[in-house]
Write a protein that binds this ligand. Structure first.
Ligand SMILES: Nc1ncnc2c1ncn2[C@@H]1O[C@H](COP(=O)(O)OP(=O)(O)OP(=O)(O)O)[C@@H](O)[C@H]1O
Ligand SMILES: [Mg+2]
Length: 139
């Protein structure tokens, strides 16, 4: 488990970039943290590493899923309004096709996909400060 402290939105994006540099692009990333924690911001940083403009990256709260075409395809889902069963069904279609990133990933309790993966938790400390924990899922 790796722990980081972020003191600004840019700081969070840089932490996300450093993390994403270690990825191949076939992983699943479960992001958790309350409203406004910085989940989408973290994904902007990750996407940049795969050649996707951060302006393209937005919370797919209403569309459920965004797909970004970079060096790999990135499937960005928001599980806030989905049941675990619905989420699982949507995700299954993209397993092995690219990088899968889930906001509210803690809503999928078990890691059921046969993919290398990470759990990331962002905790709000105060207006500008966040604690970020990155944990590799051991198989
Ligand atoms: N250190 C920080 N890291 C990340 N975001 C920060 C930080 N400090 C302040 N912020 C602010 O917190 C907000 C994070 O928004 P973001 O949309 O990324 O959150 P989210 O977790 O995706 O929320 P939601 O659950 O609504 O999708 C932004 O307005 C950002 O400017
Ligand atoms: Mg978001």
């Amino acid at each position: 488990m790796k722990k980081f402290k972020s003191f600004s939105p840019d700081n969070t994006k840089r932490i996300a970039e450093e993390f994403a540099k270690e990825l191949k692009g076939n992983e699943i990333v479960y992001l958790s943290g309350e409203l406004g924690a910085g989940k989408t911001l973290f994904i902007k940083g990750m996407a940049k590493v795969f050649g996707v403009d951060e302006i393209e990256v937005n919370s797919p709260t209403f569309t459920l899923m965004n797909v970004y075409k970079g060096k790999v395809e990135i499937y960005h889902l928001d599980l806030y309004r989905l049941s675990p069963e619905e989420a699982e069904e949507m995700i299954t279609d993209f397993v092995g096709k690219g990088l899968i990133i889930l906001e509210w990933g803690d809503r999928l309790k078990d890691d059921i996909f046969d993919l290398p993966g990470f759990f990331i938790e962002i905790d709000i400390i105060n207006e500008n400060e966040r604690d970020i924990k990155i944990e590799k899922i051991e198989k």
